[in-house]
Write a protein that binds this ligand. Structure first.
Ligand code: OAD
Length: 244
């Protein structure tokens, strides 16, 4: 399936483009998504693990080592993953300077940066960083091979991965930047996200309320009513199609 000429023209005409990415953008790098993606029949993380146990403060307090070890496992899975053509194409587009292209991601894997994007608004944090639950100080030492939760050298609190868990607020500066990028764009691309997790999922509506056109790129389109155009192809094919 090709990108409709009408949508291509819209993309080319846009002056300010804001892209929101989700786990689907990393799927072609071999990273598991959170919710199921039928075509690939790959298991998703939340079909195998309980998000309340693995990705909430209550889950962490109940059993810190279980949560820590799960993140260590995810890090070990991610270590060998490489950015795919979608990550690289987004980075090239940002660099081209022909249009203002802002990138907001819900992904914590760092693959946009590995693909060359210098400016990435990380809404849900970054799995490669850690900080203290108590004093919030960033923990900069390597945690490679560390099996159990460690203590903060500053205050003795517990060190946790710097990802946003269910029930937690998003990093303030990232949310501010994401809101402003959504407010000020004339084209909003929602790529590889099931749009089920708020507040990230609300950004498309914010953009639309300011007159932006909203385009969704997802092989399993969502049922969101605010989308103007749906392109039911994988992310790499979409961004590859823009190059022509
Ligand atoms: P989901 O797993 O909910 O959704 C991934 C979406 O990507 C699905 O709609 C798939 O159809 C689509 N998809 C799969 N492969 C694709 C491809 N190659 N190209 C384009 N789309 C593809 O992931 P998110 O929407 O990112 O939060 O999930 C949002 C948040 O929920 C995550 O950031 C995470 C999770 O709980 C935290 O960890 C805080």
């Amino acid at each position: 399936m090709d990108i409709e000429p009408e949508v291509l023209a819209l993309i080319q005409r846009a002056k300010r483009v804001t892209i929101l990415t989700g786990a689907g953008v990393s799927a072609e790098s071999g990273v598991a998504t959170f919710r199921s993606y039928k075509e690939e029949t790959k298991e998703s993380l939340w079909s195998r693990y309980d998000p309340q146990k693995m990705a909430s403060i209550d889950g962490f307090l109940e059993n810190p080592n279980r949560v820590w070890q799960w993140y260590q496992w995810r890090r070990s899975e991610l270590k060998s993953k490489k950015p795919n053509d979608a990550h690289k194409a987004i980075a090239n587009w940002q660099e081209s300077n022909e249009q203002t292209v802002k990138l907001i991601t819900q992904n914590v894997d760092g693959l946009h940066q590995a693909g060359g994007s210098e400016d990435v608004i990380e809404l849900h944090g970054n799995i490669w960083r850690n900080h203290c639950l108590q004093c919030q100080a960033e923990y900069k030492e390597s945690v490679d091979g560390v099996e159990n939760v460690i203590e903060c050298p500053e205050c003795g609190g517990q060190i946790r991965p710097s990802v946003v868990w269910f029930g937690e607020a998003l990093p303030e500066h990232a949310w501010r930047d994401a809101e402003s990028a959504s407010y000020s764009c004339d084209l909003f691309l929602s790529v590889g996200t099931s749009s089920q997790v708020y507040p990230a999922a609300g950004l498309a509506a914010l953009a639309k309320s300011q007159g932006a056109t909203v385009v969704e790129i997802n092989p399993e389109p969502t049922e969101s009513l605010i989308i103007d155009y749906t392109i039911a192809i994988v992310a790499s094919q979409f961004f590859g199609g823009l190059r022509r």
